[in-house]
Design a protein around this ligand. Structure first.
Ligand code: C2E
Ligand code: CA
Ligand code: CA
Ligand code: CA
Length: 280
């Protein structure tokens, strides 16, 4: 039994070694990716639900790895946040997205298009973040209003993941939970007001089952009504089915994004897509 145990341990060590190795390789590859021009941006159209027009784009990064092919941001954004590479990568994303937006805005009927760019909290912590944004705006010749920064709620609810398990365990033991001072301490509400938030994105977790799952529908309805009370617009993401779209329209969502409407695509394809539409 002792021997088996030892073997298991060795197996785990080997596994751990492989994982660390994989991570280190990925990290050193990531360090070179920017210099070697291996990153690209795909753009996903954001559609206004009343007019059906394209009102904006979300920039989504892709890594074209020489051996591994297209690597999803899910795989390298977290790593680049940990090692700080997200700062130069994020700057490249912003510069490229704004440059491409300036090009697209010169197309007929596209002068009002906005660009939404994902920003990691790690980037916001950089002292020069504001200076960097201003530099890139100036370089592109675009007004600030052309740009939207997408920040995750995690930034405000950092503790949530850790406390969720604890609260669930308590609840399963029959302990009732009461939220005290609701609306004041709940950062999700106070930061919405304080930060002059322009729009909220309803996560695709909610959108997925919106026409089937009563909780998801209820929550989305509450989010939309809260947002509208605060004069904040609502964008639904991950819309894949017509029923979802109809439901979101009925709830009063202003905008939507998703495979049903348009997939993220490279600039050249996007130009063809925009030209083929009747938006202008
Ligand atoms: P996100 O900001 O929530 O972006 C939406 C994700 O949903 C994108 O995945 C998009 O391709 C995908 N998506 C769009 N429509 C649909 C749909 O109808 N169904 C489904 N199943 N998915 C849909 P992607 O491109 O793989 O990006 C994943 C995440 O990586 C993003 O989630 C964002 O958090 C992060 N990310 C992407 N680009 C950047 C970037 O330039 N900077 C930073 N900091 N993060 C980025
Ligand atoms: Ca986003
Ligand atoms: Ca999301
Ligand atoms: Ca659900």
């Amino acid at each position: 039994a002792k021997k088996a145990h030892k073997n298991t341990l060795r197996f785990y060590q080997a596994e751990l070694g492989r994982e660390t190795q994989h991570r280190l390789t990925l990290e050193s590859d990531l360090r070179q990716a920017l210099a070697l021009g291996q990153f690209a941006l795909h753009y996903q159209p954001i559609i206004a639900l009343d007019s059906g027009q394209v009102v904006g784009l979300e920039a989504l990064i892709r890594w074209d790895h020489p051996e591994r092919g297209l690597v999803s941001p899910e795989e390298f954004i977290a790593l680049s946040e940990e090692n700080g590479l997200i700062v130069p990568i994020g700057e490249w994303v912003l510069a490229t997205a704004l440059e491409d937006l300036a090009t697209l805005r010169r197309m007929e009927g596209m002068a009002g298009l906005h660009m939404a760019v994902n920003i990691s909290s790690r980037q916001l912590l950089e002292e020069d973040f504001m200076g960097m944004v201003e530099r890139e705006l100036r370089a592109s010749g675009l007004p600030g209003s052309a740009l939207q920064l997408e920040l995750t709620e995690r930034l405000f609810l950092e503790e949530y993941i850790h406390t969720r398990r604890l609260l669930a365990d308590l609840a399963s033991r029959g302990v009732n939970l009461v939220i005290d001072d609701f609306g004041t301490g709940y950062s999700a509400l106070s930061y919405l007001r304080r930060l002059n938030v322009h729009a909220l994105k309803v996560d695709r977790e909610f959108v997925r089952d919106i026409d089937r799952d009563e909780d998801d529908a209820l929550l989305t309805r509450a989010i939309v009504s809260l947002a509208h009370d605060l004069q904040i617009q609502v964008v639904a993401e991950g819309v894949e089915e017509k029923q979802q779209l109809d439901y979101l329209k009925a709830l009063g969502c202003e905008m939507a994004q998703g495979y049903l409407l348009a997939r993220p695509m490279p600039l050249a394809d996007l130009r063809v897509y925009l030209e083929s539409r009747d938006d202008h």
